[in-house]
Design a protein around this ligand. Structure first.
Ligand SMILES: Cc1ncc(C[n+]2csc(CCOP(=O)(O)OP(=O)(O)O)c2C)c(N)n1
Ligand code: SF4
Length: 533
């Protein structure tokens, strides 16, 4: 087969297709979105498997689990914080087990390039007691995805692939292998998937007993490699995933080359680690994310007679993303001369809403409407509209996680905030804003919810949205919000004064009101126009 140049995310997607994928599910989130974008394109072209955006990560996970229970192979992908949303089915499916191969791809974002935290998904894999691969390059992303499906069926549990931004979003050559056929339908028998306590206790014991098999697979995995240098008993290095490349870039060989373990599978391959640790005095651990390996190896008290170095010891920074230069410092090698970029022609500038963005018109009107309420609080959500935090708008006071605006505004109102305002996008509302609005409607909480309906998931690149236009207004009404307090506005400069008046009326209303600001994202509108011409 011909080599292909692929993004790391695309290598995962192609690996899944070639492993006989029957169903792929995801909710958008950087840096994972390109996995599903590739699958959607390939599915439209080949029409052999389902590839579908889901309403949120929990739903995506459960859709994939349904495919797996039917005996077929399923992939679910998400960004790291998406796994918080999908944690319930993820944790519990480790106990029920998988039938057809179930692969969970989670893309972490060390350095928080486009995320609100840099949590490390390897802890989630350990928490659920499932196997985890951490590819260090694009070929491994492809190969490990294929292997993950095999392993999931062999071990009977979901298998995780942990990606990171630098791998997800860089391109390299990948050598594909001949594709496999999809599995036929095969239903399970018995009570394995019914997590009543009586069955769950038995299944959990099985999962715990399986852990020695997982460690054994990890010890024998061809994706790990250990090079012991008999001439150097001073320093050994353990590096995982993409960080292994940063070590390799800084060593070109020679007699003094430290012993080196490239570690790409979890649970930690204990035998390989022991061989390396036994051979040297000092072990440097280089890993992207939290000090997961370092902590597992050194425990609370360390290893007698050995120096364990890494993020915990302060030899590498404990936050942010690694780089070859940072790892060089950790290795104690002289830094390379810095490139002077002071005369670089591109000036740095903060992110901002696009020219003509509907959110800008909504914020201008909202700011004016709130002028007479000095005690107001605007709880925002996550989307392009979060940029309303920056000048010239300075329009929001919080942004925590998806859907939180509505529940926080309810809590704020109940604590006495007036006006208590939530700002949420259409996709985020469908993702996890509906349930808190149901509660606010039941309590008729004194708050105003602004749903900014731009008919797309703009922030992550314009994926389709589930709840927009008339359907959105109807759902809101069906949830129990009084019809006369569901107001739809068209956020355009020419409507500014009228919109301010409508907003003021709803802020004044002592009960729950919803203002839907409906205008298509200008970038999406442009894209649509271009694709028509
Ligand atoms: C749990 C979780 N999943 C995914 C994301 C990535 N993400 C950030 S904002 C957003 C949705 C934005 O869409 P919408 O609310 O419609 O606002 P818009 O950007 O269109 O203005 C997504 C998917 C995230 N931050 N957290
Ligand atoms: S992409 Fe769309 S929603 Fe986001 S800032 Fe630009 S116009 Fe606004």
């Amino acid at each position: 087969m011909k080599q292909e140049v692929l993004l790391g995310d695309e290598a995962v997607a192609l690996g899944a297709i070639h492993a006989g994928l029957s169903g792929g599910y995801s909710y958008p989130g950087t840096p994972a979105s390109e996995i599903m974008e590739y699958l959607v394109r390939a599915s439209a072209h080949e029409k052999k498997f389902v590839a579908s955006w889901s309403v949120n990560e929990k739903v995506a996970y459960e859709e994939a689990l349904g495919v797996s229970y039917a005996g077929k192979r399923a992939l679910v992908s998400m960004k790291h914080v998406g796994l918080n949303v999908a944690a319930d089915p993820f944790m519990n499916s480790a106990i029920t087990g998988a039938n057809g191969g179930l692969v969970v791809v989670v893309a972490d974002d060390p350095g928080m390039h486009s995320s609100q935290n840099e949590q490390d998904s390897r802890y989630f894999a350990e928490f659920a007691k499932v196997f985890c691969f951490e590819p260090s390059n694009h070929q491994e992303a492809y190969d490990m995805t294929r292997e993950a499906f095999e392993l999931s069926e062999k071990l009977g549990i979901p298998v995780m692939i942990r990606m990171v931004t630098r791998l997800s979003h860089s391109r390299s050559r990948v050598q594909p292998r001949p594709p496999k056929q999809q599995n036929p339908l095969k239903y399970g028998v018995g009570t394995d998937w019914i997590l009543l306590p009586v069955h769950a206790r038995r299944r959990f014991k099985l999962l715990v007993d399986k852990q020695k098999d997982l460690i054994s697979v990890s010890n024998r995995s061809e994706f790990n490699s250990l090079q012991i240098n008999p001439k150097n008993t001073t320093l050994g290095i353990i590096a995982s995933g993409i960080a292994a490349n940063y070590v390799i870039e800084n060593y070109t060989g020679g007699h003094e080359q430290p012993s080196f373990l490239k570690l790409t599978t979890y649970p930690i391959p204990e035998d390989l680690v022991k061989k390396l640790v036994d051979h040297v005095d000092t072990v440097l651990i280089v890993e992207e994310g939290y000090p997961f390996i370092e902590k597992s190896i050194s425990g609370v008290f360390g290893i007698a007679g050995k120096n364990i170095r890494g993020k915990l010891s302060g030899h590498l920074p404990s936050t942010g993303e690694l780089s070859p230069g940072i790892v060089r410092q950790g290795l104690g090698i002289e830094a390379l001369p810095k490139r002077d970029i002071s005369d670089f022609p591109m000036a740095g500038r903060p992110p901002q809403l696009c020219q003509g963005c509907s959110h800008a018109d909504t914020y201008r009107a909202l700011n004016e409407a709130l002028e007479s309420y000095p005690e107001s609080n605007v709880f925002s959500d996550i989307g392009c509209y979060t940029l309303g935090a920056l000048p010239p708008y300075n329009a929001i006071q919080s942004c925590v996680c998806m859907g939180a605006s509505v529940s926080m505004a309810k809590g704020g109102a109940e604590a006495g905030v007036y006006p208590s305002v939530a700002v949420i996008g259409d996709s985020t509302f469908a993702h996890s804003g509906i349930t808190p609005l149901l509660a606010a409607a039941a309590a008729n909480t004194n708050m105003t919810v602004f749903i900014l309906d731009n008919a797309t998931v703009a922030m992550t690149g314009g994926q389709p949205t589930f709840l927009s236009g008339e359907k959105l207004a109807k759902v809101t009404e069906g949830m129990g919000v009084a019809k006369e307090h569901i107001r739809t506005i068209l956020p355009l400069p020419k409507n500014h004064d009228e919109n301010v008046q409508i907003m003021k009326q709803e802020l004044d209303y002592q009960g729950l009101s919803v203002v839907i600001a409906a205008r298509e994202c200008v970038q999406q509108a442009r894209k649509k126009k271009r694709s028509k011409t």
